[in-house]
Design a protein around this ligand. Structure first.
Ligand code: PLP
Length: 403
């Protein structure tokens, strides 16, 4: 297959992309238009929890597609109730609203918290969020995010998202006032470079929220659905949040997200929330297939075994190359580089011949790893060996061009 430039010019130019088209995928491997294969440790930004085209999800989608695509959100459908039942049974939450993206689930969380504030906290509406956080790309979720520059890019912002510092409880307490209704955070800040909130901080936030009568919202769009070695990341700290959002991995590659809330917080009145595609049977059937795979006996144990292997392998690379260590939870990990060549490593790994390697550098001095949760031990070893070769090549070049 030829690379088609006219197709490129028909798309809005919203990001720099390499001149290749992926045509098929299986498990941890992708294939481009020339037939070149790539070992994929991005997996659509932690979206493909079971790798590319997992048979369970393909089967669920094709069976559901033959049976019923969308009766309209005005009616019940079986897959959405099956998935909601599974989620409430496996978590501390009682009620689920399905959405189509993480940003939309977070919008729902913000609306739910504001509604709760109107009913129970005298109209309080402010939600304390965090510097460097990422909650999505709608106007409200961009305003909630702490990404540098996002406060002005589409000004004016949606009001009411004061920013605290992660793992600094005093910085949160200092922002609480009469108008505060909730605290919202990612248990591991993903886009910021895989920065985990400490257990002590999570527990401190819960205590602060209880003392002040605030809601605690966890954005588990990236950390949920097994990514951190437990089904949900909040479980690591033993706390009970009031609201949780899911996205990415929940659909195993298809657009599905969820807003989960405890009964006392599920205060939407009829008409407050909805959406044409929300909870449609095609996507929720995929979600059921993913959930059942993750909760099958032994699955999470193997995620944790692979996480240990990846963590140790990355630490060994860091030691060998004099880098700054590795961090993360489960199969959401980062290698901290000692210099700003993350972008160069990502490009060289992708362009490697005969097989490429797909990695992500959310920051210039850091590589992020988000393999399929069912990645094999051999695939992790292959990735580590390839990455070592790539670093060797990049850094040899760096020495040669040094003054
Ligand atoms: C990706 C992400 C989002 C946004 O999800 P979309 O599906 O891209 O809208 C929100 N929060 C976190 C923590 C994310 O990683």
């Amino acid at each position: 297959m030829e690379f088609d430039r006219s197709g490129v010019d028909a798309l809005m130019d919203i990001t720099k992309r390499p001149e290749l088209v992926f045509v098929r995928g299986q498990g941890s491997w992708l294939e481009d238009h020339t037939g070149k294969r790539y070992l994929d440790f991005m997996q659509g930004w932690a979206v493909n929890s079971l790798g590319h085209c997992p048979p369970q999800v393909v089967k669920a989608l094709s069976q559901q597609a033959e049976q019923l695509l969308n009766p309209s959100p005005a009616f019940y459908n079986a897959p959405s109730m099956a998935l909601a039942t599974r989620l409430t049974a496996a978590s501390v939450f009682d009620r689920i609203f399905f959405a189509n993206s993480g940003a939309e689930a977070n919008e729902g969380a913000i609306k739910l918290a504001r509604k709760w504030g109107q009913l129970h906290r005298g109209g309080a509406y402010k939600i304390i969020t965090f510097e460097h956080s990422f909650h999505g790309r709608t106007l409200a979720t961009m305003s909630a995010s702490g990404k540098p520059g996002w406060d002005t890019i589409f000004a004016p912002q949606v009001d009411g998202f004061p920013k605290a510092r992660l793992n600094d409880l005093a910085s949160v307490r200092a922002l609480v006032d009469e108008q505060t209704v909730a605290i919202m955070l990612e248990p591991v800040q993903g886009e910021a470079g895989v920065v985990p909130a400490t257990t002590e901080f999570m527990q401190g936030l819960r205590k602060l929220a209880d003392e002040q009568g605030l809601l605690l919202i966890v954005d588990e769009v990236q950390t949920g659905f097994g990514r951190t070695g437990k089904l949900f990341a909040y479980e690591h700290s033993g706390i009970t949040p009031d609201i949780m959002t899911l996205g990415k991995g929940i659909g195993g590659g298809v657009p599905l997200a969820a807003l989960c809330a405890r009964e006392a917080v599920s205060v939407f009145a009829h008409g407050d929330q909805g959406g044409t595609y929300n909870g449609n049977p095609l996507m929720t059937a995929a979600g059921v297939a993913v959930f059942d795979a993750l909760t099958a006996p032994g699955f999470m144990a193997s995620v944790n075994a692979r996480a240990t292997q990846l963590s140790q392998g990355l630490q060994a690379l860091s030691d060998k190359w004099g880098m700054k260590g590795e961090r993360g939870m489960g199969l959401l990990r980062a290698l901290m580089l000692d210099r700003d060549d993350g972008g160069a490593i990502v490009e060289a790994a992708r362009d490697w011949a005969p097989e490429g390697l797909l990695l992500n550098a959310p920051r210039p001095n850091l590589l992020r790893f988000m393999p399929a949760l069912n990645v094999s031990a051999d695939e992790i070893d292959a990735m580590l060996a390839r990455l070592d070769e790539v670093i060797d090549k990049i850094r040899a070049g760096a020495v040669l061009t040094a003054p």
